[in-house]
Each structure stands twice: as C-alpha cells, then as structure tokens.
Design a protein around this ligand. Structure first.
Ligand code: GAL
Length: 369
C-alpha cells in the first residue's frame, strides 16, 4: 500500500461472492444433473460504467461455466453500501470463495471477517482490498507500470531528454477516484517518471495541481473531469495552450477531450495536446484513430479473468495458486502483503492498435472507424 493509503487506513468491511464448482474441474463430473455437490462462485464488481468491468464479469462467468462452475456476477454501480449488501447476501448463501473488485477497498473489513469465519476464501480482483488479514490472494495488473507507460508516452512525444532544455511544455495532471487503491500506483508511476522534467522546467503545470489529493476524480466520472478541465482552461490558459494531459483512463480522457474541443483545440491553429488513457475502450480507440486521444494502456482483461479463475480453482482444490509478486510493497494492504499475480500492461496508439487489439481479438475491426 502506498503512503496515501496508510493514512486512510480504515477498518474494511467487505463483500463476498460464491463459487459453484461441479466436479467437472476435477473430472469426476456431476452426473446427478449438477445440483448436488455444486460449490458456488459469485463475482462482485464495482460498476458497469467502464466497459472493462463488464468484460471482466463476462470473461470470468464464461470461464467458470466452461469448467462446470456456476458463477453469479453482481455490479454495485459504484455504491459501497450496495456492494456490501450484495456480498453479505452471497456469504449467507453458503459460498466457499469470493472474487472482489472493490468499489472502495477501505470499506469491506467486516464482511471479509464474516467471510473468514464462514471459511470463505477471498481473491481481490484488480483493486487491492485494504486493511484486513482476510484477503488470501490478489490478481491484477502492474498498476505502477500503467502510470509509467502514460508518462513515458508524453515524454517521448514531446521529445524530452533528461538534462535537456526543451519546452517549457504545459502539462495538466488528472487521477482517478481517491478510494480506488489502484490510483496510488497509477499516479506514483506517472509522477516518478515525470518528476525530473517538472523539476528541470522542461515541463510545467500552470494550474499547479501536482499532488494526488488535488487531482483525483470522484468515482472516475468523465463529467467531473470535463468540468475540471474547463475550469483550468479558463483560469490558467488565457494566453497559452496545453501541450499534454495525463488522463488516468479512457473515460476521463474523453471527458477532457470534449472540454478541449469546446475550447477549439484540435483545429489548425490549436492542435490537440497529447492525451493519455487506459483500458483500450472502443470509443477511445476510435478517438485515437481520429487523432483526438493519443494513447491508451491496454490491460487484457481476458488474461486477468483466466488468472483469477485458475487461482479460484487451485484454492478450492486445496492447492496453492501460482503467484508472481509476493514481496512487492504495492500488494501491502496495510495489514499484510497479499500474495499476488500481476500482469503487464501495454502502451497502445495509432501505430500498433491493429496488431495488439484487433489481431488479438480484444476488439472487433467492425467496432472501429
Ligand atoms: C481502476 C481500473 C482501471 C479503470 C478504473 C475505472 O481500478 O484498474 O482499469 O477501469 O478503475 O473503473
């Protein structure tokens, strides 16, 4: 857990999900039509507002089904109370394992405790569950790397060199929801990569909004980022222009691009600045093709679903799941270092989206302009 999280460490209440497991995984099949002997799996995810979570749910459901498990996917639409209710209900239905993408990783302690007392194992999905010992494993992407890729893209596109004297270029910084633990990793990766260029003046932040607490965006809402960008343009760019925007995900990037366009960016006299993103959403890949958004960070949610389902199967058959990041302090949830399997994110722009997204089957060519 990064420094910010520790201060915010609050008892965590929690959600659970159930996993249904027919003997199929162990090959002895459920000849009795599937009901008896089934172990249930449920999946609690934060929202359907960002399309990646819908893919996550669909991917895991399909994988569990293929293995003969019954999976129940629940979305909390960014409501902590709703997610707790959903998970409490799942625990009470006697399930043996939980996969949780938390709305707020700080708010699930009591339900995690309830899960533990019920012998329910817990996998934190994409976002780390915080402050509790009742988290068994963590499956995610390397969040620090996501921020590094976004920042490095800006540095490369502006042609900045360490110790150089390019610019000064104007950059504005945005981050995601303050209660999403991933945001600390994203922002730390980005700022650790940008800091030398801000320190030596090749990059400057006219709004002076540089600390995480100053640039978070409530519930990752694009509308809020749109308003923030509009205000900053009005207050700090009367006689200058923006050269780059660190946008933490695609939804927020599109909110920012809309504000920039309203201020006549993307016209001959006022080129669109470099705008980053994350999640390779179809609408943003189309913005990249159109030249409005510059890049996105691709996280193959099919792979993350495979990792989480394999972890669940191993846990339920008494095996220790494979992990590749056990002593990494980014998995320290303030109570323990949660053993994790972290996948690598990839930088995507106009030059490689076909190969990485279309040829890999992540996005259909017919969905792109
Ligand atoms: C993060 C997730 C990102 C993005 C964001 C908004 O936790 O890692 O991929 O989707 O939430 O939902």
């Amino acid at each position: 857990m990064h420094a910010g999280g520790a201060a915010r460490l609050r008892t965590v209440t929690l959600a659970v999900l159930t996993l249904s497991l027919t003997a199929a995984a162990t090959g002895c099949g459920n000849d009795s039509g599937g009901q008896s002997g089934e172990v249930k799996v449920g999946i609690a995810l934060p929202t359907t507002k960002q399309t990646r979570w819908v893919s996550d749910g669909d991917n895991m459901k399909a994988l569990f089904k293929k293995q003969g498990y019954k999976a129940d996917v629940q979305y909390a639409e960014d409501s902590v109370d709703e997610q707790i209710k959903q998970v409490e209900k799942m625990i009470d239905s006697g399930d043996k394992l939980l996969i949780i993408g938390a709305v707020d990783g700080f708010e699930l302690g009591d339900a995690l405790q309830k899960a533990s007392r019920a012998g329910v194992k817990v996998i934190a999905y994409d976002r780390l569950l915080l402050g509790s010992s009742n988290v068994d494993y963590y499956a995610s992407f390397n969040n620090y790397k996501v921020g590094e890729l976004q920042a490095q893209y800006i540095i490369d596109k502006l042609g900045l060199k360490k110790g150089g004297n390019a610019g000064p270029y104007n950059i504005e910084l945005f981050a995601g929801d303050a209660n999403d633990n991933n945001v600390r990793g994203f922002f730390a990766g980005a700022m650790d990569t940008l800091s030398d260029f801000i320190a030596d003046g090749q990059l400057q932040v006219p709004s002076d909004q540089k600390r995480l607490s100053q640039v978070t965006t409530y519930k990752w809402q694009a509308e809020i980022a749109n308003e923030t960008m509009t205000t900053r343009l009005g207050d700090f760019y009367k006689s200058s222009t923006v050269d780059a925007v660190l946008a933490p995900n695609d939804g927020i990037a599109r909110g920012i691009i809309d504000a920039l366009k309203k201020d006549h960016y993307g016209t001959a006299g006022k080129p669109m600045p470099i705008v980053t993103g994350q999640d390779a959403e179809i609408d943003s890949v189309n913005e990249i093709i159109a030249g409005d958004q510059s890049m996105t960070v691709y996280k193959d949610t099919r792979k993350l679903a495979e990792v989480a389902v394999k972890m669940a199967q191993d846990i339920l058959s008494g095996k220790r799941p494979e992990t590749n990041s056990d002593n990494n302090d980014s998995n320290d949830n303030g109570n323990k270092v949660v053993p994790a399997y972290l996948l690598a994110p990839v930088s995507v722009d106009k030059s490689n989206y076909k190969k990485l997204l279309v040829d890999s089957g992540y996005i259909k060519a017919s969905d792109l302009n």
